[in-house]
Design a protein around this ligand. Structure first.
Ligand SMILES: [Zn+2]
Length: 214
């Protein structure tokens, strides 16, 4: 049974682990770590990058079985115990963007907007809401930045737990969302939040935002 270390600790950047070769993917160079620190692409979050025994990890994929697999840049014969290392800067940035997305969603939900989808890719981060009719976005930018920044400054603890149906729930103060992503430990670790763009099209409101990890 593979341990998903990334779900337990966002800040575990290095991990020693045994591994298995993944034969069900019809291509070479795929392995699965028994103690996995890599977040796979999914849920609006890009995959982590890093290395295994200094060999670059170029893709991280979660199979239907739940097994998270790593595609390596080259085929290598490794020792039984390998050292995996994440690109820590990227992981922290993604965690900040992802957590800010939850806060932005909560602020918009309080204004009556319904969540549609999200993307946490640096430079393209956005949360998308359903939109009933055209609206003036000027006041919205100011109020979103004010309200989200207030919650960030409050340095609210971020935690997670598993519901009885097995789904993971993230808690940011009173904010609760079902989520399998990586989050910061407290909202004060997010900095420089700003709304990059607000666009409405095809019945949707797209709110682009940026932020960084302290
Ligand atoms: Zn999340």
């Amino acid at each position: 049974m593979q341990e998903q270390v990334y779900l337990k600790n966002t800040y575990k950047f290095t991990q020693k682990s045994t591994y298995t070769k993944v034969s069900c993917i019809n291509e070479a160079n795929w392995i699965a770590l028994e103690n996995n620190i890599f977040h796979p692409k999914g849920g609006g979050q890009p995959s982590d990058t890093g290395t295994v025994e200094n060999v670059e990890v170029i893709e991280v994929k979660k199979l239907e079985s739940g097994l998270v697999c790593l595609r390596l840049a080259s085929h290598c014969e490794f020792p039984r115990l390998v050292t995996a290392e994440l690109d820590a800067g990227k992981r922290k940035n993604l965690a900040a963007l992802h957590t800010a997305g939850h806060i932005l969603n909560a602020v918009m939900a309080a204004k009556g907007f319904t969540y549609h989808s999200c993307n946490h890719e640096p430079g393209k981060s956005r949360v998308v809401f359903s939109l009933e009719e055209k609206m003036d976005s000027l006041d919205l930018k100011e109020s979103i930045e004010y309200e989200v920044s207030n919650l960030i400054r409050g340095d609210i603890n971020v935690s997670d737990s598993y519901l009885c149906n097995g789904l993971r729930e993230v808690r940011i103060g009173n904010i609760r969302d079902r989520c399998a992503g990586t989050h910061v430990k407290s909202t004060g670790m997010i900095t420089d939040f700003n709304v990059r763009s607000i666009k409405s099209k095809k019945g949707q409101l797209l709110i682009g935002y940026d932020c960084s990890h302290i």
